[in-house]
Unconditional design. Sequence first.
Length: 238
Amino acid sequence: MSAAENLTTVAHLIDQWEPTGKMRTISIITLCRSALESASRAVWVLCEPDRDERRSRALRITREEVQRHKKYVTEQVNRLDKAAANSASAPMAFETPAYVIELKTQKRNAESVMQTLIDSGVKGALTMEQTIDAAAEWIDANRLVKSGRPMANLTREKYSIASGIAHGSTWPTRYLLGATDLTSVVADLLYASLTTTEAAITLWETHASVDPRVGRKCPQHLRQAARQLHPRYASASS
């Protein structure tokens, strides 16, 4: 959903190129990067035929998300505790006693869930770069788009450039020396993010269908790919 929403915004921005003359290339590159991240994670979780492994990957991502939530609520609780000890620091309007209690409850819950995951032997998730590599390799191996370009090297290279641009770094500018270079980066990123999002949608539709008759809301070309993949992921009981 996140990837599709970002690409929808990209489409609106590209539609404005001709009437406005404003390319908004930095925004497009950043949106494509975000779409590529979300879609790659979905592909990584859903592409494994073994159900236990899919569940394991979902738990690994859950562990990472719980860790990030725990960090957030811990920082907020520490900040509010310091503010309460400092008479000169007034809380914001929404930081009521009930709000503080809720934050501390969330902190305890996050710590408890995190410990349960650790005790259960759940490993951490892949890095985003590893996730993108794994998704690109799966797409190349399965050739969902028959005429598609190889993804592995293209995706990783353009993701690195896009990350530098998104973070405001200067090193990517050497790869954007002219309008042609910039347009090529945008085109390659759009191709990579769209192809990966289509793979994620195809896998989701495959798993969401109880039989090969994939729902009609799925685009036709992706529906056909989902039908072909369905036997690989269908449970033995079905």
